[in-house]
Design a binder for this molecule. Structure first.
Ligand SMILES: [Zn+2]
Length: 319
């Protein structure tokens, strides 16, 4: 991929602040994050201190770029108490000169975000398609967007730090962890994705358990939870195991990796079940070992349990 750092349609001179601030550099682009400026014209962004990567002015159908595409912009709050650095999480930020606060827009005679025309939505789609062609991401997936003011503050669509960190796709300031702003409100993101990809992609809401899981997934998760509780109970001295005849019940564990691959496929990610099983086994091994030791078993038993984990989690072989 060419990984071009300046959008060819953008004016990268008038408000170019690349060197005015220290910035992180992205190795890939995982998110495009959309804002609205809540202004009628190009904002000053405090001389770049609060600038996004690019600004799109719908009524002029013009773009300005403020820093290289793979360098961190500054339009999000980046608090220390979330696990991610919101501005630095491989995210291209776009401000649209429009209002999420549509009531205020009408009072002022400015542009409510829901009134962007199809051509204007197409300009934003073109930018996203270009980023994808140059950088290989992000995928054309979006969480559910809420209109302002329902979108502000701790709304149902606000992501946690880990969810924001893991998200790949097109989202808004209203989703960013550690932030309170509700922009870009009722922007027609479904239409932008459609125009960017040439196929109909309805927004999904991978950030909220209630939207993400269907009844089947929920049943699987409840099973996981029950199994973990049962596991805990057994650790209270009810393990009747000796090192030479300890067996992890593979039937009991195997469904965990298939449940996880099933959940992942819901959000469009294909996982190799074998690899996943190995990773899960590796990740929980220290905890399992500790739990077996805490249950009063000797180290040899703990080691035998850990050794059996990988095989227990692995999908049954096809042969
Ligand atoms: Zn914003």
């Amino acid at each position: 991929m060419a990984r071009t750092r300046i959008y060819p349609k953008a004016d990268a001179q008038t408000q170019w602040w690349e060197t005015a601030f220290s910035r992180g550099t992205f190795s890939s682009i995982e998110k495009v994050l959309l804002h609205t400026t809540e202004t009628g014209g190009w904002p000053g962004y405090d001389a770049g201190a609060k600038a996004p990567s690019l600004t799109y002015h719908p009524r002029l159908r013009a773009w300005r770029q403020h820093c290289y595409l793979d360098r961190s912009a500054r339009a999000l709050v980046d608090p220390a108490d979330t696990v991610v650095r919101e501005n630095r999480d491989n995210v291209v930020q776009i401000e649209i000169v429009a209002y999420a606060d549509e009531k205020l827009a009408r009072q002022r005679g400015h542009l409510p975000v829901s009134e962007l025309t199809d051509d204007e939505l197409g300009d934003i789609a073109d930018l996203i398609a270009w980023v994808r062609a140059e950088w290989g991401g992000p995928p054309l997936v979006a969480p559910r967007f809420l209109p302002y003011p329902a979108s502000a503050g701790a709304s149902p669509v606000r992501m946690s730090g880990p969810t924001y960190g893991a998200f790949r796709g097109v989202l808004g300031h209203q989703h960013a962890s550690g932030n309170s702003h509700g922009d870009p409100g009722a922007l027609n993101v479904a239409r932008i994705l459609q125009l960017a990809g040439g196929t109909t992609i309805t927004p999904t809401a991978p950030q909220e358990a209630d939207d993400m899981f269907d009844a089947n997934d929920r049943a699987r998760l409840e099973r996981i939870e029950r199994a973990l509780v049962a596991h805990d109970a057994e650790e209270d001295g009810r393990y009747k195991v000796e090192s030479d005849r300890y067996q992890v019940d593979s039937g009991r564990f195997r469904w965990l990796s298939s449940a996880l691959t099933g959940v992942a496929s819901k959000v469009g990610v294909q996982l190799d079940e074998k690899e996943l099983a190995a990773e899960v086994a590796g990740a929980i091994a220290p905890t399992v070992r500790e739990a077996v030791l805490a249950a009063g078993q000797p180290a040899a038993v703990a080691d035998a349990v850990v050794a059996a984990l990988g095989a227990a989690l692995a999908p049954p072989s096809q042969s």
